[in-house]
Structures are given as C-alpha cells and as structure tokens.
Ligand binder design. Structure first.
Ligand SMILES: Nc1ncnc2c1ncn2[C@@H]1O[C@H](COP(=O)(O)OP(=O)(O)OP(=O)(O)O)[C@@H](O)[C@H]1O
Ligand SMILES: [Mg+2]
Length: 278
C-alpha cells in the first residue's frame, strides 16, 4: 500500500492534471489504483476528465463514513478511470473535507484497503493547494507528498511557503524523503534542478509541458490512441517509477490514529536545519 498526496501552491500549476496522469500511468501489477479528489477548494476531476459522467452514487461520502466494509463502500462509490476497471476515482464534490486540525484526514482510512484481501492498492490523493502553515496531519498521513510547481520565477515564489511546510514536516530520521518536488514544464524558463534547489526539496522529476494532452486530463478533451504516447504520459510513466522506488525505500507508515501522535509534527515553525535535499 502506498498513499501519495499531490498538492500545489497557488497558481494552478497542474496538480489535478498531474495526479490523474500519474494514476493512469501507474503500473497495476495485479493491484488497483485509487485516485481521490480531496481538494477542499472544489473537486475538478468529475466535471473535467469525466465530463460529469460519474453516474448516481458516485462520490466518496459513503467511504468517509463507512463503518464496516470499506471495500464495498469504495466499489459502490468509485468510478472507473479507464477500461481496465482497476483504476478508480473517488470523485467530489468535497469528498473528504478537512477534519479538525491535528486529526488524521478522513481519506487516510483508505490505508485499510490493503487488509481487505483484494490485492494491493496504490492511493493518489489530490489535496489541492497546500496553505502556508498547513496542518501537519495532512502530510503525515501520506507515505509520500509531491509538491507540483511550474518553473517560472512566479511559480517558484508561490511554492515557497508550501515547500517550507513540507520541509518542516519531514520526519527527522527516515531512509528516504517523504516530501518531493515535481516540476511541470521544466525550462519554462528554469531547469527543474534549479527550481528544486531553490525550494530546498529533493527533485522527483518533471512532467512535460504538453497542452494538448493536458487538456484531455483537465477538461475531458477527446483522446485517441495517440494519447498514451504523448510527452506528458511518457514523462508521467517515468515519474511513477521514481515514486514507486521512493515508496519502497521508506519504512512503511501506519496511519496516525490519535491527535497526540501528530503533536510533534507542527509545520508552522520555520527551521532551515530541516531542509532536505540540495
Ligand atoms: N503538463 C502540462 N502541460 C500543459 N498544460 C498543463 C499541464 N498540466 C496542467 N496543464 C493545464 O493547466 C491548467 C490547470 O491545470 P489543473 O487544473 O490540473 O491545475 P491545478 O493545480 O489542479 O489547479 P487548481 O489549484 O485550480 O485545482 C489546465 O488548463 C491544464 O490543462
Ligand atoms: Mg486542482
């Protein structure tokens, strides 16, 4: 089980498009991929990629509150993202609203899916924009957190508070970082490694700047067989390999179960000594 949170700073750098590209590129290997639209500012995946074709009963309310059979709740509420039937979307609106500060976010209970006996699950969560001083529980509940940014000076400046929150929430002793930077459209104009170094986060990789393919994912523009071979999807495939590798290097997490377990992970205090990567 891997839970990956995808977030952004302000400026719509493409977090939702990126999360969907990763979900579609993720190798199944007999398991399932679940994309969760948990953007509190408004869910885009159902009205964008799926063009509203989510059917009745879609959405994640049932999953957030399901007491017993989580797997049933997921299958009853999720929508297939492609013909495999093993890439699923828990669509909005507001499926997993933020819980009170310090409490584990509702979507973190999806971690229990792996114990349901239906193969392994990879969960990608679109968190939307990460506010400065974000509640640490949002970050602590994921195995990996990916901050998506563009490569312009404006994008990097906008990403700085979110990057600081991620650095501060980084566990002190871990085999591999939890927080990573993903650059959408590198060299527009700055190289991805310069962006990562400026933000003090390790670089996961970059996604190609590819407006035609991105419009398929963000707005449901028509796609054909060409889509899988686009620069965007090829770069997404490369990024999924890096993500899986990073997830394997990290010691497995169990979801935080109490407010107390999160008290030491406040992300509000700036601390240059916690900068990871270079
Ligand atoms: N790799 C890319 N290449 C070109 N255009 C892209 C790429 N990724 C996203 N876009 C475009 O950028 C716009 C914003 O994308 P998206 O909705 O994914 O951003 P977001 O960060 O989720 O925004 P918000 O914060 O509003 O949720 C869309 O028009 C999308 O097509
Ligand atoms: Mg979005």
């Amino acid at each position: 089980m891997t839970v990956i949170a995808v977030c952004s700073a302000k400026g719509a750098p493409g977090a939702t498009t990126t999360a969907l590209a990763l979900a579609l590129a993720w190798p199944l290997n007999g398991g399932s991929v679940l994309l969760v639209d948990a953007d509190p500012a408004g869910a885009d995946l159902a009205s964008g990629y799926l063009q509203g074709a989510t059917g009745p009963g879609a959405g994640a309310g049932a999953v957030a509150t399901a007491r017993s059979d989580l797997l049933d709740a997921v299958h009853g509420s999720a929508v297939a993202l492609d013909a495999t039937g093993s890439r699923l979307l828990l669509a909005g609106p507001a499926p997993f609203p933020p819980t009170r500060p310090g409490a584990a976010p509702a979507w973190s209970r999806l971690r229990d899916l792996d114990s349901t006996g239906e193969g392994s699950w990879s969960v990608l969560v679109d968190l939307g924009r990460l506010p400065a001083g974000a509640d640490a529980s949002l970050l602590a509940a994921a195995d990996l957190v990916v901050l998506v940014t563009g490569s312009s000076l404006r994008a990097v400046a906008a990403a700085r508070p979110a990057a600081k929150a991620m650095r501060t929430a980084e566990p002190a002793h871990s085999s591999s970082p939890r927080g990573w930077l993903l650059v959408v459209g590198e060299r527009r104009p700055y190289p991805a490694d310069e962006v990562a170094s400026s933000l003090g986060l390790p670089l996961l990789g970059s996604l190609a700047w590819d407006p035609r393919a991105a419009a398929v994912l963000s707005d449901g523009a028509p796609a054909g067989r060409w889509f899988a071979r686009t620069a965007l999807m090829r770069s997404a495939t490369a990024v999924t390999a890096r993500l899986r590798d990073s997830a394997e290097r990290r010691t497995p997490l169990s979801a935080p179960t109490s407010d107390e377990s999160l008290l030491h992970t406040s992300v509000t205090a700036p601390d240059a000594a916690t900068v990871v990567g270079s």
